[in-house]
Design a protein. Structure first.
Length: 360
């Protein structure tokens, strides 16, 4: 999946989560509204008529059910939101026909339209506006409103303009969320990448190792993590290179070695990382000891035989490599890191320019 696609997906997920939370607020407010309308109506303090009083009670119950459903089934957000707005539209539409003494009842469509835009998107918002115009036209044609043509046109115009405002707001919000998600991806990538070589850094390596060794779900607990091998690569006598030719030359050597690692590992599942100074690591998921040793030897040979092209006097650059594998009863990220490090230091003690396997 491309970075743009990942950013779009993250923006979609974030917008969905914001809309779900907003729906909870809307449901709570609608529940409060239903309660405030139902209680006075039942007690006879607010003469809404039997039909609309029944509508109030039904709307109150529907809101309570929807709020509970959203709390216990957040994955059903779209279905719950759609059901709520259909119920709310029916409730507001009923008020246009059964509460004829309230000349401002048409204003109930405004918060309904705004909520539809913000929670379900522009298609639902414009559908709600079209439905509101239809209900208003039927009620107006049935002489249920005592409005002048100017007042009727004002309602139509203001509801249309409201829709345009929410349409623009939704587009701008979506664009902003996508931009934020893309920037977050870039920051995450930068935080996991070595700035000099472009390889993974130590953090990325440790995160990958931790994920590999973390306990699997309970049904798979008996299976355990798969095989994984790790090689530590250390540039021999790197301090001498820095002292003789300068740190710029040393950096050039590291960049050249990183490129050799990419070339040797190309086409495999192995990943290279620079974990500090002149030290590199090779993560080999699924590789057993024999395969990891073969890859490490290929890396050592390629580096020893390469003309790094840094300075003519540089000569041959070699590396010492230590290899560890979870085959050797290494059951944690820390254990395999320590084992690879110990094997690498043994390779240095044994004369450098060699590959040593950790045997415990």
């Amino acid at each position: 999946m491309s970075e743009s696609a990942v950013a779009s997906r993250r923006a979609f997920d974030r917008a969905r989560d914001i809309r779900r939370r907003f729906l909870m607020v809307v449901l709570a407010v609608a529940l409060l509204w239903g309660g405030l309308m139902t209680i006075p109506s039942v007690l006879g303090w607010m003469p809404l008529g039997p039909v609309q009083s029944a509508n109030n009670l039904a709307f109150f119950v529907a809101n309570a059910v929807a709020l509970l459903a959203l709390v216990f089934w957040p994955g059903g957000f779209v279905l719950i939101a759609s059901g709520f707005f259909l119920a709310a539209f029916a409730y507001v539409s009923g008020a246009q026909f059964f509460v004829v003494h309230d000349q401002l009842r048409v204003l109930l469509f405004f918060p309904l339209v705004g909520g539809a835009f913000l929670i379900l998107g522009s298609v639902a918002g414009w559908a709600m506006i079209a439905g509101a115009f239809g209900i208003f036209a039927i009620a107006l044609g049935s002489d249920l409103f005592d409005l002048t043509p100017l007042a009727a046109s004002t309602f139509v115009l203001t509801l249309t303009v409201t829709g345009v405002f929410f349409q623009v707001f939704e587009a701008q919000t979506g664009s902003a969320l996508h931009t934020i998600s893309r920037q977050n991806l870039e920051l995450e990538a930068a935080a996991r990448q070595d700035s000099l070589t472009g390889l993974w850094n130590r953090r990325a390596l440790q995160e990958s190792l931790s994920r590999h060794f973390e306990p699997p779900p309970r049904p798979l607990r008996s299976v355990g993590p798969g095989i994984l091998s790790l090689a530590f690569v250390d540039v021999d006598r790197f301090k001498d290179i820095n002292d003789r030719f300068g740190h710029a030359a040393g950096d050039a050597v590291l960049v050249a070695i990183a490129e050799i690692l990419r070339t040797v590992l190309d086409g495999s599942d192995a990943v290279a990382a620079r974990i500090g100074g002149e030290e590199f690591a090779i993560l080999l998921p699924g590789a057993r000891f024999t395969e990891a040793l073969a890859v490490s030897e290929a890396v050592r040979t390629a580096i020893a035989g390469a003309d790094l092209g840094v300075v003519p006097e540089l000569g041959r650059v070699t590396v010492s490599i230590g290899v560890a594998s979870s085959e050797a009863d290494l059951g944690s990220a820390d254990a395999i890191l320590r084992a690879a490090d110990a094997a690498m230091y043994r390779a240095k003690r044994d004369g450098r320019d060699r590959v040593i396997a950790w045997m415990g």
